[in-house]
Design a binder for this molecule. Structure first.
Ligand SMILES: Nc1ncnc2c1ncn2[C@@H]1O[C@H](COP(=O)(O)OP(=O)(O)OP(=O)(O)O)[C@@H](O)[C@H]1O
Length: 411
């Protein structure tokens, strides 16, 4: 199998720092000795150099310490994270970075956000607060300040999210401009003027048009496909949801919040996690039951997102009813009218609607094996149905309808 990446990537350092032996395990097709050989191989990158920096500051034998304890210890010895974080952003092009990331002082971030004022608070997640800001050069930004969690977890989340964001580069992934490590942990992102899909779909009086919903579905699928197969390393996002899809000026979707994202080594079939994280309503059955994480975890969540776009309903409504459980019987009976958001007032493209519902019904399949890969999902959304031929058509009520309507010259 072709190897996508050598040791000069964030994965080495992230694996070293954040692989929690106690709480996580993996199913690997790779021989253990090979894996160990890779981990113990001579550091060849600045990521490895970073690890060396941490190692040099630890008086205890490194092997006896939890990776995060190592980092914490080194942070105590360094006067701040200042010595560590810049190493995440080397100036070399070998990391696919278009521009070097900027380090911001607390003063600069305070000046940009009106001292983190309430008026500038534009988002609040489980772990962070996000503020609108304006830099000295006039550029509008979103400053994400980590607010919750134990120090260990916060450092881990911060470095992990930053490492992944610095690595990804696609029109459908959020853009990292820089970071600030004075007085807390801050990520500085390009501001998305329309906020998140959740805010547009549920928090706005204006109904999103079908054209925009379709654009968001397609762009998000492209972004996910890039994370899974297009960038140097397999990345599973693990928290695909409407609140984590940002919208640019022209409603191009951008996947954000890489706080839970995992690098998946090429030869691993999946990851098993015991720490339960993610968002109810979007969680795949195999994750809920066995903690199994792989690309199909994201495919399931993407299927839920498609249902949200079609129906305008939340993944979990206020009475905790699951959108998937509500939609499944309707999908089975092809009750499209019941599924479609009344706010659309029947103003949608039937062909695209059928394709989107076909993709959704495949993505939310109980069995991860029966779910399509994102490459197939993109094909389906684009009307190329050759990839679903091999799937069991009788289980997909929309298949015949979608194919028939796609082929019909009238539509
Ligand atoms: N670049 C941005 N531009 C505009 N709004 C943003 C931006 N980044 C984040 N937000 C807003 O802030 C909210 C929270 O951000 P984010 O999801 O990154 O925080 P979090 O604490 O990691 O969330 P979660 O609880 O899902 O893990 C988003 O849903 C969005 O509304």
């Amino acid at each position: 199998m072709e190897k996508k990446e050598g040791t000069s990537s964030p994965v080495g350092v992230l694996e070293d720092y954040f692989r929690s032996e106690e709480s996580e395990s993996c199913s690997s097709k790779e021989p253990t000795s090979d894996l160990e050989a890779r981990r113990s191989s001579k550091p060849t990158s600045r990521w490895r150099g970073l690890f060396q920096l941490v190692r040099s500051r630890s008086k205890k034998p490194l092997a006896t310490l939890h990776p995060l304890s190592v980092l914490k210890l080194s942070l105590r010895r360094c006067s701040s994270m200042r010595e560590i974080v810049p190493n995440l952003f080397p100036n070399s092009d070998s990391y696919n970075l278009k521009s070097p990331r900027t380090s911001f002082t607390l003063y600069e971030l305070q000046a940009a956000t009106g001292n983190f004022s309430q008026e500038n608070l534009i988002g609040k997640g489980g772990y962070a607060e996000v503020y609108r800001g304006c830099l000295k050069n006039g550029k509008l930004v979103a400053v994400k300040r980590l607010t919750r969690g134990k120090l260990d977890e916060m450092i881990g989340d911060f470095l992990s999210e930053m490492g992944i964001m610095a690595h990804v580069n696609h029109p459908n992934t959020a853009k990292l401009i820089g970071y600030g490590i004075d007085g807390g942990m801050h990520l500085v992102l390009e501001l998305s003027p329309h906020g998140s899909l959740a805010s547009k779909l549920y928090g706005s009086k204006e109904t999103l048009t079908w054209k925009i919903r379709h654009k968001i579905a397609l762009g998000t699928a492209e972004g996910l496909l890039y994370l899974h197969e297009g960038c140097q390393r397999r990345i599973v996002h693990r928290d695909i949801k409407a609140a984590n899809i940002l919208l640019t000026e022209d409603f191009e979707p951008q996947i954000c919040d890489f706080g839970l994202a995992k690098w998946l080594p090429e030869h691993w079939t999946h990851h098993i996690v015991s720490k339960f994280e993610g968002t109810f309503g979007y969680l795949a059955p195999e994750y809920l039951m066995h903690g199994i994480v792989d690309e199909k975890t994201d495919v399931f969540a993407f299927g839920v997102l498609l249902l949200e776009l079609v129906s305008g309903r939340r993944a979990l409504d206020y009475s905790q009813q699951s959108l998937v459980l509500w939609a499944k019987p309707l999908l089975k009976k092809s009750e499209i009218r019941e599924l479609v958001d009344p706010g659309l007032a029947n103003d949608y493209n039937t062909k695209q609607m059928n394709l989107m519902l076909l993709a959704a019904s495949l993505c939310i399949h109980q069995s991860s094996l029966r779910r399509p890969r994102m490459a197939q999902v993109v094909q389906i959304l684009n009307g190329n149905l050759s990839s679903v031929k091999c799937m069991n058509k009788s289980r997909v009520a929309f298949f015949r309808k979608a194919v028939a309507e796609y082929k019909s010259p009238k539509n």
